[in-house]
Design a binder for this molecule. Structure first.
Ligand code: AMP
Length: 421
């Protein structure tokens, strides 16, 4: 017996129905926001991912050497591949360029509920604009993708790395200190943050103030903290404009300012945001995104880039936890030849109905009528057609409603129109 690799999953037809429903809904929302889908390869040169994040990231990747000695990696995310593609072939496209994608990613993570080694992301990048309305639209897109899919409880948090960096400076924390602190802040391990600050000789009052500003959603308090830092003040005013658009133009009021959002990857530069599904508990983050800089590193002409990635698998987990009723796919009609002589005509009827786009299944096991009806019920067919010699003599068929058990004779010529009613 072969085992499935750790952290990967097989999906049953029922699970695939759910996944396709969610995927289609997400793609529809991307489309309504003017995004066009692209696709990039499953594996890339390893360097694409180490260029910004450093060699340390290799531990988290599925990397390998191919037969010609190239160092390759299965993609852990799609932003770097999309920017590579953009630099290679899309730089001359009219701006802003709105690209979306949907694909599986691979990380050498420790598997648990909501965390897999193969998982799917739905995401997008917007290239060539840095207006407040563009960023507000980007956040709104992530928000409405999740809302339109049917997730009821979501928590949108918005942060800003320029402002956070200014706060670090206000508290006289060096870049090295910041590197130590940011992973702890990212994981909301505030006791550890406090400990590190103590070791750095920061006094208790200052530690308290620092933790307070990291966790506050009171914009006045934040504004107070960055007074005098022109770059941060400018970013703060910009952030307020983004929030204004979100509220008044995109009708999103349920957001929270959270400076402790630092994002795991090293690309991000200014505005950042995350969306959580609190019902999920530990692995509750559904979406992460923001403004980032990768173009210059990848040899492209610098322009603004921003984007987000939604965890597709966790979105489904959130829907299931909220008892979302997924639309089920069904078979419109199950055709049963009542004896072997009826098989050719039954197949012909199936052909005629399928041509009209009707979802048809047919008995392929030469089972009796009773067993076939049982099977038709088990595959949730809504109707059955019984093809029998007596009715056929009169150019007719028996149509049975499998929900009510009612059945009547329908002229063969009228079967398509009757089913389409
Ligand atoms: P990131 O690229 O790390 O910002 O991730 C974006 C989103 O992908 C996260 O918010 C998660 O929803 C999802 N995600 C990241 N890593 C995993 C994983 N190992 N398994 C399942 N989903 C993941």
């Amino acid at each position: 017996m072969f085992q499935i690799p750790r952290g990967t999953r097989d999906f049953t037809p029922k699970e695939m129905d759910k996944r396709r429903y969610v995927e289609e809904s997400m793609k529809k929302t991307f489309t309504t926001f003017g995004y066009r889908e692209i696709q990039t390869p499953l594996f890339e040169h390893l360097e694409l991912f180490t260029a910004k994040s450093g060699e340390g990231i290799v531990d988290e990747l599925y990397s390998f050497e191919d037969k010609s000695g190239r160092q390759l990696a299965l993609r852990p995310e799609l932003t770097a591949p999309v920017i590579r593609f953009y630099v290679d072939r899309l730089q001359m496209e009219p701006k802003p360029l709105k690209l979306c994608y949907f694909g599986n990613c691979f990380r050498y993570d420790r598997p648990q509920k909501g965390r897999y080694r193969e998982f799917w992301q739905a995401g997008c990048e917007i290239i060539g604009t840095n207006t407040a309305e563009a960023y507000a639209e980007l956040i709104a897109l992530a928000y409405y993708i999740l809302k339109n899919v049917g997730v009821q409880q979501i928590q949108l948090c918005i942060g800003n790395l320029t402002i956070l960096s200014s706060i670090f400076t206000q508290f006289h924390l060096s870049e090295e200190d910041q590197k130590k602190l940011t992973p702890l802040i990212d994981k909301a391990q505030y006791d550890e943050v406090s400990l590190v600050l103590e070791q750095l000789g920061v006094d208790q009052q200052k530690i308290h103030e620092f933790l307070d500003v990291l966790q506050t959603s009171d914009t006045k308090k934040i504004q107070q903290q960055i007074k005098g830092d022109a770059a941060a003040e400018k970013e703060f005013i910009f952030l307020e404009t983004v929030l204004d658009f979100l509220k008044h133009s995109f009708h999103i009021n349920d957001y929270q300012i959270k400076l402790s959002i630092v994002r795991g990857l090293d690309y991000y530069s200014g505005l950042v945001f995350e969306i959580d599904a609190p019902v999920l508990g530990a692995e509750k983050q559904l979406c992460g995104g923001g403004v980032y800089e990768l173009l210059s590193l990848f040899g492209g002409t610098p322009t603004s880039t921003a984007g987000f990635a939604i965890g597709f698998d966790r979105t489904i987990l959130a829907l299931e936890t909220e008892q979302f009723s997924f639309p089920s796919r069904h078979i419109d009609v199950y055709i049963i030849p009542v004896n072997e002589d009826m098989i050719p005509i039954a197949l012909e009827i199936a052909y005629d109905l399928r041509k009209e786009g009707i979802v048809v299944d047919i008995d392929l096991l030469r089972r009796g009528v009773g067993k076939s009806l049982k099977y038709a019920n088990s595959v949730q067919a809504t109707k059955a057609i019984l093809v029998g010699p007596k009715e056929l003599e009169k150019q007719a068929l028996t149509l049975r409603n499998l929900e009510t058990g009612e059945q009547h004779i329908v002229p063969r010529k009228k079967i398509v129109s009757t089913l389409q009613q």
